[in-house]
Design a protein around this ligand. Sequence first.
Ligand code: ASP
Ligand code: MG
Length: 469
Amino acid sequence: MDEALKVAKFGGTLVSRPEMYDRMAKVLRADPTRRFVVVSAVAGVTDSLVTTIAKPREEKEIDLYLGEIRRKHLGLLPPAGDGVDGTVAAVEALCTKLERLLYGVAYTEEITPRTRDFVLSFGERISAQVVAANLRARGIDAWPHEADLIGLMTDDNYGNATALLPETREHLAPFLRRQADAGRVSVVTGFFGLSPEGKTATFGRGGSDYSAAVIGHALELPVVEVWKDVGGFMSADPKIVPEAFPLSLLSYDEAAELSYFGAKVLHPRAVQPARAGSASIVLRNIFRPDDVGTRIGPDTVDRSGDVKSVSYVRELATLKVFASGDGFKEGLLAHAATALSNGGVNVYSAATSQTCIAFLVEADQVGRAKKLLTRIPGTVVDRVEVMPHASLICFVGEGLGYAHGVAARVFRAVAELGINVQLISAGASMVAYHFTVDTKDLERAVQAVHREFFPHRHAGPQAVVSPNT
Ligand code: ASP
Ligand code: MG
């Protein structure tokens, strides 16, 4: 193999309509180095699996649900006669397996994190079959593979697993390389791999981007493409800031911070394997295949500007833990953070003072977080206060850690609108700052930050220069 090959990931909406398979086939034909395809589940399928196992189900419900799943996927197959019989059988077999699994959950009325991950993985398993069959019907020699069966190795952190990169390189790469050498396109399931105890472990919601980066790393590929039905990263969410514009380059850290803090463009951890292999992740729009999209790579650090993009997370809440004992802060911070993380609560940010520690968590985890914080072992907590309706705003730029007064500019711009800034985190990262506001002020605050850094894009009345001056 002389020219470097590529891995191309296609998300849920891109694997859910025959018209999309046409586009996908065109993309693969346009560049035959795209020999590895990673797919998500058909749009809505993972969500429906999550809902189905959220509570015990009657047999009848399970039968109805499986009927739907079968119909949905079989309906996406190319017309019979296109050598599709094997795929129909494979889809049926996967549905039968899923059905038995759901019955098992219903009978035992209990679901472990392991079983949960196994159930959730079926969306991708079925979609890989459907996609490969559709690509073959369009003249591409494409074959489906389930990542856990071909050696994508993970740790045992079910629901939020991390790939074991050296092991995956050892097990997965030789197999996929042989497929490519034989001229085949491999369609690999995203979202999960195989844990050390031989079980399926998922990478968390949206994890197929991460899978693509892991597979790219295993094969030592320089480029991981993530195809979407929208463009890549932008200077802000265009739904809130109509003046937002696309960004063609971002650093690994900028992309990771934006993804973690709300930009729903890429899985936050996808940059890890890419960085480990000095590979570029390129986000591309299937409706505009000639656009450059956004590239995130080893050579894309640009410290010349201030801020590149602003993102946000809605639906958070601040929990303030008060205690008065001497030296309380040091011990409590560690204990509280451990208690929250062991209890499965994701902390977005934390700030401390002498008598109080504030944690920013997802709104739907507040109840659990409060319980955990009230009874932290070995500490006397006076009280825990909940401040609901917080939203976080994050702004990133590689130059931030070097520039002076950037944060001050942001807070002034926001304060001028009479918006109260609550929690501020500056300096934890060299490339990202974040702060929180009351959710009712979120939109205006995001607009203010964007306007502060990209005033020329906001050509309002203030920006018009009068001819008399
Ligand atoms: N199907 C999984 C999800 O919906 C993984 C992915 O789409 O990336 O979260
Ligand atoms: Mg996604």
